[in-house]
Design a protein around this ligand. Structure first.
Ligand SMILES: Cc1cc2nc3c(=O)[nH]c(=O)nc-3n(C[C@H](O)[C@H](O)[C@H](O)COP(=O)(O)O)c2cc1C
Length: 167
């Protein structure tokens, strides 16, 4: 599968088979994330795939909108970062770096035949607690990870001309 194919076929998967994920696939996803671009190449980050059931349940319990989805996943993918700064653009380095890395991870997972759903309704402090991470580590996004049980229906997309333009 080439990159554009992975971009075209990726969907948010909200139903997973319980099948475990092959260790070599997990490693390939984390290796891809490590190659993500980041501001000034600081790499003040660490990437995790969590398969520990107790940790997943703890994170799921207090996820705001979709706790059952998080609980149903055989694994969670996440990117954590520290030493945040505001860029000249006014945006957070750490948030942008980690979001890009998550996108890379999600596309790598798609390429490997795995499903994901990015989650922004987790509670950062619970994720830190579940993984025993320092208080100043930020985790803007997590993602569910596993083999899809059910493919989602078609998604409504705004017209190309409305959202994109070549000037
Ligand atoms: C920043 C962000 C946060 C999201 N948070 C959640 C979430 O908490 N729960 C959920 O079920 N989906 C969540 N999603 C998935 C979106 O709902 C999904 O990407 C969107 O509906 C488009 O569908 P698609 O991913 O299949 O293209 C999130 C996606 C992004 C990018």
């Amino acid at each position: 599968m080439d990159t554009l194919k992975a971009i075209e076929t990726r969907r948010s998967i909200r139903s997973y088979r319980p099948d475990p994920i092959e260790p070599e696939k997990m490693e390939a996803i984390l290796k891809a994330m490590r190659l993500s671009p980041c501001a000034c190449n600081r790499q003040d980050w660490k990437f995790f795939i969590v398969t520990d059931r107790k940790a997943i349940d703890l994170i799921a319990e207090r996820t705001r909108f979709t706790p059952a989805l998080v609980k149903s996943a055989p694994a969670l993918l996440l990117a954590a970062g520290w030493r945040d700064k505001i860029m000249p653009s006014g945006h957070s380095w750490s948030t942008v770096d980690l979001t890009i890395a998550m996108t890379v991870g999600v596309l790598a997972a798609t390429d490997l035949g795995l499903g994901t759903c990015i989650i922004g309704s987790h509670r950062e402090e619970d994720v830190r607690k579940a993984l025993d991470l320092p208080d100043d580590w930020q985790i803007p996004l997590i993602a569910t990870l596993g083999y899809a049980d059910k493919e989602p229906g078609p998604r409504p997309l705004k017209d190309f001309e409305e959202v994109a333009e070549i000037r």
